[in-house]
Design a protein around this ligand. Structure first.
Ligand SMILES: [Zn+2]
Length: 528
C-alpha cells in the first residue's frame, strides 16, 4: 500500500486523549510577541472578500493538498493528516489557515514543529523560522474529531451542509463554507490547488471523490481509497463521499471517462431508480451540447454522486463529480445540465469574490435553457419572455439586486433566474455570434483562475464593440424591473403567426411553466 505510511491511525481513545491535551494547552507555542520585526509580517486573516472577510488568507499560495484520513462511521470521527504545499507571497513570521473545529495534535512547518493557536475559525501558525517571500512552504497538520456541519436556514427548515454523517457513511458538500470543516485550508476560490485524498474506511464501504481513483487496498478490515484531482480547484469543490455505492465507469461518445456513484437503495426504489439512470446516461450528450455552446469541457473526467439520504436536499458542482440530492428526481436532466454547466462557470472559471455569484448561477440557469432548447421544450428567449411578462413590476423579485445580493441570501431565487435573464438580455443586445464568443472567451481567457463581474462586462464590451453599462446596470445593479430596449430578432413579428406557430408557442409556454415549477421546488428546499 503505497501511501499507508502517511496515514496515522488514531483510535477513539487516543483522539480523546489528544483532545484533552490540546484543550489543556490551546496555544501550542503560539506566542509570537517579539517575533515581528523588519519586513516580516503576519499573513492576512482574510483574502480580501468583502462578503466573507475571514475567508481565505493572505501571504501564501497553495499548490497542493494531500489529505490522508480515516473515517469511523460508528463515531463519525475523522482522523487525518493534511499536508499543504504552498509558496510564500510575502515575508512572513506567521500566517493563518482556515480550520473550523476538531482538535489538532501536531503541526509542523517545513519539517519543524510549529506553534499555533485557534481564533474562531482561524488557525494562526507560528513557525520557528521566518519565511521569505517566494520560498516554498510545507505545512503538516494532524488532527481528529467529528467534522463540523454548516447548518443554514432554508425557508422554514434548515439545510445541512459540510462534512455530513449519512446513514452508511458521510458526504462532503457545501458553499461557501465546507472545506475548513474537515481540513486546514486557504478557504477561498482565489487560491485554487490540486488535491490527493487518501481515505480509509471500514472494509465494505466505498469512497468517491473528485478526479480519478488511483488505488484501492484493503488490510486489517480497512480499505484505503486514493483519489487524485490534478486539475486545480477551489476548496469548496473538494468532496469525499463515503458509503455503499453502485459504481459505473463508462466513457461518453466523445471519449470522456465517467465515474458515477449511486446509492444502491435508490436504484432499487421505483420512485428514483429508473429516472436517475436515465439522466446519468445522458451526461455525455449534455456535456456535448454545453461544449458546443461554451467550448470544450474543461476537465478530464466527469460523473455524479447521488446518495439515498433524506436530509441531503441540495446539489453542488463539486469539480468533475457533482453531488446531487435524490429529490431532484424524477425530472433530473435539467439539474444535471445545471451542475455540469458549473464545470465551466463556477469551477474552471471560479469566483474572485462571492458577491459575483450570479456569474455562476446565471450561466448555469442559462445552460438549462440551452438544454431545454436542445430537447425541443423551449428556447432561452421563450423563458425570458415568459418570466418578463409573468413577474410584475412590484414583485420583490425585481428589487433583489443580483450584482450585490444580500450576504445572507447569496442563493436567492433571482440570482438564478434574473441571472439567466441578464444573459439573454445581453444576447439580444449583441447578437448570437458575439454572445457565444463572449461565453467561450470568458472560459478560455480565465479558465483555471477566477473572474469578476467587472471583468465580464469588460469582456462583453471588448468582444461586442458596444458600450454595455446601461444594460448591465439595469439587470445587475438596479432594484427595479429593467425596461427592454432591444427586442430579439424575430420576436417583434410574433404578432402575426400561423395556427401551427401559435400551438408551438403554447407548448413552449407550458414547457417553461413546468421548468419554473421544478425550479421552485428545488429552491424551496435548498440550492443547486
Ligand atoms: Zn448552481
Amino acid at each position: 500500500m503505497a501511501h499507508s505510511t502517511r496515514l496515522i491511525p488514531v483510535t477513539l481513545a487516543a483522539a480523546i486523549a489528544m483532545a484533552t491535551l490540546a484543550l489543556a494547552a490551546p496555544d501550542a507555542g503560539a506566542d509570537d510577541s517579539g517575533k515581528k520585526n523588519g519586513r516580516f509580517t503576519a499573513g492576512a486573516a482574510g483574502v480580501g472578500d468583502v462578503y466573507y472577510p475571514l475567508a481565505g488568507n493572505g501571504g501564501y499560495d497553495v499548490s497542493h493538498y494531500d489529505i490522508a484520513g480515516r473515517y469511523e462511521p460508528a463515531t463519525d470521527v475523522w482522523s487525518a493528516t493534511t499536508t499543504i504545499h504552498a509558496r510564500a507571497t510575502a515575508d512572513l513570521y506567521r500566517f493563518n489557515l482556515d480550520f473550523d473545529g476538531m482538535v489538532i495534535s501536531s503541526l509542523s512547518v517545513d519539517g519543524k514543529k510549529a506553534g499555533w493557536r485557534r481564533e474562531g475559525a482561524e488557525l494562526v501558525v507560528v513557525p520557528q523560522h521566518k519565511i521569505k517571500s517566494g520560498a516554498p512552504l510545507t505545512v503538516i497538520a494532524t488532527y481528529s474529531g467529528v467534522p463540523k456541519e454548516f447548518v443554514l436556514p432554508a425557508g422554514d427548515s434548515e439545510l445541512r451542509t459540510g462534512f455530513m454523517a449519512t446513514d452508511d457513511g458521510a458526504t462532503v458538500a457545501g458553499q461557501p463554507d465546507v472545506a475548513a470543516g474537515w481540513f486546514p485550508v486557504n478557504d477561498h476560490p482565489r487560491d485554487k490547488a490540486t488535491y490527493t485524498f487518501h481515505v480509509t474506511v471500514p472494509e465494505g464501504l466505498g469512497v468517491v471523490a473528485n478526479g480519478f481513483l488511483e488505488s484501492q487496498q484493503t488490510a486489517g478490515g480497512w480499505t484505503t481509497f486514493v483519489w487524485d484531482a490534478q486539475e486545480a480547484m477551489a476548496s469548496y469543490l473538494a468532496t469525499i463521499d463515503i458509503g455503499d455505492w453502485d459504481v459505473r465507469e463508462w466513457t461518453t461518445d466523445s471519449g470522456l471517462p465517467v465515474y458515477d456513484a449511486v446509492d444502491p437503495d435508490l436504484l432499487a426504489d421505483p420512485e428514483f431508480g429508473e429516472s436517475i439512470n436515465s439522466s446519468l446516461a445522458r451526461q455525455g450528450e449534455i456535456v456535448d451540447v454545453l461544449s458546443d455552446a461554451f467550448g470544450p469541457y474543461p476537465f478530464s473526467t466527469v460523473g455524479a454522486i447521488i446518495d439515498d439520504q433524506d436530509d441531503l436536499i441540495f446539489a453542488l458542482e463539486t469539480q468533475t463529480r457533482p453531488v446531487y440530492s435524490k429529490y431532484f428526481w424524477p425530472d433530473g436532466d435539467g439539474v444535471v445540465a445545471h451542475e455540469l454547466a458549473h464545470q465551466w462557470y463556477g469551477d474552471h472559471v471560479a469566483l474572485e469574490q462571492w458577491q459575483d455569484i450570479w456569474l455562476n448561477e446565471g450561466w448555469a440557469t442559462y445552460a438549462e435553457w440551452i438544454w431545454a432548447e436542445h430537447e425541443g421544450f423551449f428556447t432561452p428567449q421563450d423563458a425570458f419572455d415568459f418570466f418578463y411578462a409573468e413577474i410584475p413590476e412590484d414583485d420583490p423579485f425585481w428589487s433583489f439586486v443580483i450584482g450585490q445580493p444580500p450576504a445572507d441570501d447569496l442563493f436567492g431565487g433571482p440570482v438564478y433566474l434574473r441571472g439567466g435573464m441578464t444573459l439573454q438580455a445581453l444576447r439580444n443586445r449583441v447578437g448570437d455570434e458575439a454572445f457565444f464568443d463572449i461565453a467561450r472567451s470568458w472560459v478560455s481567457e480565465r479558465g483555471g483562475g477566477t473572474g469578476t463581474t467587472a471583468q465580464f462586462i469588460e469582456l462583453s464590451e471588448r468582444v461586442s464593440g458596444q458600450q454595455l453599462d446601461d444594460l448591465f446596470d439595469a439587470w445587475l445593479f438596479t432594484d427595479s424591473k429593467p425596461t427592454i430596449t432591444t427586442i430579439a430578432a424575430g420576436a417583434a413579428d410574433r404578432g402575426a403567426v400561423s395556427g401551427a406557430a401559435r400551438t408551438a408557442a403554447a407548448d413552449s409556454t407550458r414547457a417553461v411553466e413546468r421548468w419554473s415549477a421544478a425550479v421552485e421546488k428545488r429552491l424551496a428546499h435548498g440550492r443547486y
